[in-house]
Design a protein around this ligand. Structure first.
Ligand SMILES: [Fe+2]
Length: 268
């Protein structure tokens, strides 16, 4: 199932108020807005996203924060951080997940701004391309691929399951402005599947999360954000992930690190 995104709004000469207005209109219709040609300092970026919600730090942890604003999660390869296993500093792919999946109430929006797209000379799927999954379409697909298990699956995703922080919650939750039977909010932590597998690989919760996670890339837009692209998504309705990206390479002139840099902010 191909998921298309709304046409990008070109930031060009638009004032912040005009840009906010245009993004709001697109968000209302698509639960996602895309902007191109965006250039901002950390302060300007925070001023823009603050129009949509309060910029949250990562559960109060500032590792990977932008020095000028701690709510900006600066995703770029850093060798030492990568060696320490810090996600924001590491290369490799990221499976589709929700922003701050442990937080309640759910943060309604998540924003990504590609400051520098970095190296783009490998085959598609190896340059840190984004994956944006529309959860409603995931359930539509599962309804078609697993018609006999669908009701069981719905029951399993709306029942409480253990999360890695020791708290039980449902993967799926109702939305106040739900538009259809499959229009559910989803909180998918990137390591939830591994965690559930470790607990009980035969549990209905594990099987349901596994089906949702494996269907996520099939009901998604896969594309490269260019430098200056910004995407604002409804964090209940859209998941985000990343294709493979390399952090460091060794060439004839020695070692170099990928200049790719993405800023993300979760809005509460
Ligand atoms: Fe994320």
């Amino acid at each position: 199932m191909d998921i298309t995104l709304p046409e990008p709004i070109y930031a060009g000469e638009l004032s912040q108020a005009e840009l906010v207005g245009a993004a709001r209109r697109t968000l209302r219709e698509h639960h996602l807005a895309r902007i191109s040609g965006y250039r901002a300092t950390a302060t300007q970026f925070i001023a823009f996203v603050s129009e949509f919600g309060y910029p949250l730090t990562y559960y109060g942890d500032t590792a990977g924060s932008h020095p000028d604003h701690q709510a900006i999660h600066r995703v770029r390869y850093e060798h030492d951080g990568s060696e320490r296993g810090e996600l924001h500093a590491s290369d490799g792919p990221l499976t589709v997940h929700s922003a701050q999946s442990l937080r309640d109430p759910r943060p309604p929006y998540f924003c990504m701004y590609m400051v520098d797209a970095g190296w783009q000379d490998r085959a598609f799927g190896l340059n840190g391309e984004s994956i944006l999954t529309r959860w409603e379409k995931v359930f539509e697909l599962i309804g078609v691929s697993h018609p006999h298990e669908f009701e069981q699956l719905r029951a399993a995703v709306t029942a409480e399951i253990p999360f890695p922080d020791g708290v039980s919650r449902a993967l799926a939750y109702p939305l106040p402005d739900q538009a259809g039977p499959n229009d559910l909010g989803i909180r998918l932590k990137y390591d939830l599947l591994d965690y559930l597998r470790g607990l009980d690989a035969d549990s209905p919760g594990y099987r349901a999360v596994s089906l949702v996670a494996e269907t996520a890339p099939l009901a998604a837009w896969h594309g490269q954000l260019r430098s200056g692209d910004l995407v604002l998504i409804d964090n209940d309705r859209w998941g985000h992930g990343r294709h493979e990206v390399s952090g460091r390479r060794v060439g004839p002139n020695g070692r170099s690190d990928n200049p790719r840099e993405l800023w993300s902010v979760t809005l509460g």
